[in-house]
Design a protein around this ligand. Structure first.
Ligand code: FMN
Length: 225
């Protein structure tokens, strides 16, 4: 979509909140077409409406858009992701490996191999407090950004694998000590469509008053691996 064809003020404003929540999912196949800076500003502005302890608003957003800078990020992401995913990749060769997980794996691999093509690498960083990252505030901000991307028609996904090269990337971004990145959100116009992601039924994870093994056993009653 060309920048001039977009009404930044109006785009996304008509998406019903609950429907938007239910149809926000990881969109990892992205077109290389540029995204207007004003639209990046709009989705980040939604991030700033997240809750934070003491309303300290510790977040900082850095949008990397220059191709050679994206290539720098993508090279590190790809190496870290392939190392991380190797066991799952091997497991996925088993015939009884669930098809939904296989699809998810394929999409994650596609992102790792095509990250340099994603027109925006949005890093979310945050000021630490008493030496600890304030992730409790950063992840709500990230979710707001993902929802805002859904509303305006951008594809996006939450990733953290770049943290394997975290210190190097944080320094390369020029971030000061005490403000590390926690997530990288690749953003672009989606190649596919939004849709309802596969999820366990709420009935498998909602109990009232106290844990009920009959209802709260959606993960097989075990700690998730
Ligand atoms: C904290 C966190 C870190 C994640 N890191 C990555 C990542 O580095 N790379 C990736 O491809 N997916 C990552 N994911 C998973 C996806 O963002 C996504 O949530 C998951 O695949 C479910 O996709 P769906 O919403 O389309 O069903 C991460 C998810 C969370 C919550």
């Amino acid at each position: 979509m060309s920048a001039s064809a977009i009404d930044i003020d109006r785009i996304g404003e008509d998406v019903a909140l609950l429907d938007g929540i239910r149809t926000t999912r990881a969109i990892r196949r992205l077109r290389p077409d540029p995204v207007p800076r004003e639209l990046i500003r709009k989705v980040c502005a939604c991030g700033t409406f997240a809750p934070s302890g003491g309303n300290r608003q510790p977040w900082l957003f850095i949008a990397v858009t220059e191709p050679e800078r994206r290539a720098f990020v993508a090279e590190r992401y790809r190496a870290a992701f392939h190392a991380y995913i190797e066991p799952a990749r091997r497991a996925a060769q088993a015939p009884d490996f669930p098809e939904a997980r296989r699809r998810n794996l394929r999409a994650a691999l596609h992102l790792a191999d095509h990250l340099h093509e994603a027109p925006v690498h949005l890093f979310v960083a945050g000021w630490t407090r008493r030496g600890e990252p304030q992730l409790q505030a950063l992840f709500p901000a990230i979710q707001n950004i993902l929802l805002a991307c859904r509303a305006v028609g951008l594809g996006a996904s939450l990733t953290t694998i770049h943290r394997a090269h975290g210190r190097e990337i944080d320094a390369w971004l020029g971030l000061p000590e005490g403000c590390p990145t926690c997530a990288l959100i690749p953003i672009g116009w989606p190649r596919g469509k939004y849709g309802t992601p596969p999820r366990r039924s709420v009935d498998a994870c909602l109990c009232f008053e106290r844990f009920d093994p009959e209802r709260g056993s959606g993960s097989g009653g075990r700690t998730l691996a």
